[in-house]
Ligand binder design. Structure first.
Ligand SMILES: [Zn+2]
Length: 153
């Protein structure tokens, strides 16, 4: 390593730059996000072969490997399947101020888990099986955070 004029070792450090970006989410996710944004409705797709309702929707079944064309509206309520409680803040990355929980929620009418945040309750009382309901943002933009969070009911 080279020495600077004062005899101090010159250092080179590695860093990362946060780069905002956009991407085309495809026809299937576009329809899902438009329904969230415009109608506060949650849709999945239903596989004609195994009859599973997948939320968020997919255009093909990951189990049967067949295209999916049927759309099914599911409820904005569901059951927590598993979760973890976040106690530490990571500014710039987390959508909410801790404490809150990340959970996998099986919405009523769906056969798959839906990952989202859970707030608004005593999180020490949260458990697998807790019933929750979606709380939508007032001003929605067409993304997953149009559902602001789920809260126990
Ligand atoms: Zn299937």
């Amino acid at each position: 390593m080279a020495k600077a004029k004062g005899g101090v070792e010159e250092m080179v450090l590695k860093g990362k730059i946060k780069v905002p970006y956009t991407w085309y989410v495809g026809e299937c996710a576009s329809r899902f996000y438009v329904e969230l944004r415009d109608n506060k409705r949650i849709f999945g797709t239903k596989c004609a072969k195994c009859n599973k309702v997948i939320v968020p929707p997919r255009s093909s079944c990951g189990k049967c490997f067949v295209p999916i064309t049927e759309w099914v509206e599911v409820k904005d309520t569901g059951v927590v399947q598993t979760y973890t409680v976040v106690h530490y803040a990571v500014p710039g990355i987390q959508p909410l101020k801790p404490p809150y929980a990340y959970g996998i929620i099986k919405l009523d009418g769906a056969d798959t888990g839906f990952v989202h945040v859970i707030v608004g309750a005593d999180l020490t009382a949260l458990k697998a099986g807790t019933r929750v309901k979606a709380v939508f943002k007032e001003e929605r933009q067409g993304n997953m955070l149009d559902i602001q969070y789920f809260t126990p009911v």
